[in-house]
Design a protein around this ligand. Sequence first.
Ligand SMILES: Nc1ncnc2c1ncn2[C@@H]1O[C@H](COP(=O)(O)OP(=O)(O)OP(=O)(O)O)[C@@H](O)[C@H]1O
Length: 477
Amino acid sequence: MALPGLSLPGLGLASTPAPAYGGPTQPPTEQVARREELPAQAEWRFEAAFTQQYTVRVLHGHAELFGVELATNQPYNLSGSKGAIFTWQGCQLEITGEAESEYAAQETEYAIEWLNLHGMLETARDDRPTDGPRVLVVGPDHVGKSSLTRALAARAVKAGRTPTVISLDPREGLLGPPSSLTTVTVGSQMDVENGFGISPISGPTVTPVKTPLIYHYPYTSPAERPAVYKALLTRIALSTMNKLEEEPAAKQSGMIIDAPGSLNDPKNGYETIHHLISEFSVNLIISIGSERLYNDLNRRYGANTGSDGAITVLKLSKPGGAIERDAGYMKQLRTRQIRQYFFGSSKESLSPHSHMIGFDDMIIYRAKPASGEVEKYGADDDDYDPSSSSPVVSTNATFEKITPSAAMTGSLIVIKFCPSSSEDYAVRDSAVMGYLYVADVDEARKKVRFLAPHPQRWGDRALVWAQWPEAVADLVT
Ligand SMILES: Nc1ncnc2c1ncn2[C@@H]1O[C@H](COP(=O)(O)OP(=O)(O)OP(=O)(O)O)[C@@H](O)[C@H]1O
């Protein structure tokens, strides 16, 4: 079955240009630019829908978006984003377009807390050059954890460091589509519009390369398959630590781990937080937006010394501007991330390639849905042993082999580095080589047409049908 409107050059079908990035936006209309004067330590908070053209330009003074400085006189397209442009000394902005919400705010004490935290990390980096800070950011959903992570990384890069950012929320990808758990050492400044930008696993890039190592967690929440999630954490920690051992400057810069908000749950999340702390030898825990979580962690770790020394637990308040992103917005964000993976961003467009492969020439696995039994936290935890790489018992296998079907149309397929005949645990633990998009499944001719970032085939690798994130029907129009 072909996707409606599928007509991308390279897919062998009639050609019409596909949008290079993002979703469809409203046709540009004549927009009147307006000016906003921000006093010192104020911020311009905005929520622009994906369909709204929204551009901001700094006319005078200095301003930043989550730690990344905006260049004077350059227009930034902030369509489909929510955030705050902050100024330390005051600035004048020129704003063009409509937003769902926009206002100047002066309750910005959080910015000073974040700057102090950066100062504290800098001191730790200078005091212990061979052993940088290992920071875990935890808290409920929508309290600014990812924004803090981004701001700390941006400030560290500005200070000449190369921090490693570890993003562990399967609902939102970093340098990859949702379901990616990413570790990346950041050596160049982030982009105001596109954050961490585009990864080379998406295709050849011209901007300074940030090469991530990506693992795949095929469920929406760690609580769905805690043993699978924990096994991946162990794997990510090991690869990250090994990499940092070879790069003294990155090791000194340390790591910042952005944990999913769903871990803020004593019953279904705390055990995973403890596992995270131990696997990454975390020495600084930042708890945002939850007194209870802070107290629970402080009670357990505040006075403790781990194998590498003391663990500090700090509490930060939730920034006033951090807001809930509803299900509709998150779905659009996921679609945009998938689109960006194949087609690039506003800064840099990519050209994906088409591959037609017969059913018999590939082995595809599907992540088994978490059964009610496994969903209950701990039920599949008994066979989890972080110190061994032995397979999980077959009753708790993560994957099953499937025959391609039309139901896969519009989904992502994950190419793992391991061979297609690997054991269940090896497929689970293997890093991601890249993603494919299922453009079309011809059940009669037993062929699948994939969209891939690169022209060359991937050889004998395990392929995993990702049912999360959900299929995107209009990726190619
Ligand atoms: N000071 C601020 N002003 C305006 N918007 C903000 C501010 N801080 C964060 N936001 C926005 O609020 C939303 C939630 O923030 P963020 O993603 O950092 O939270 P989170 O705790 O990581 O959430 P989640 O756990 O759901 O990923 C984002 O859209 C972010 O851009």
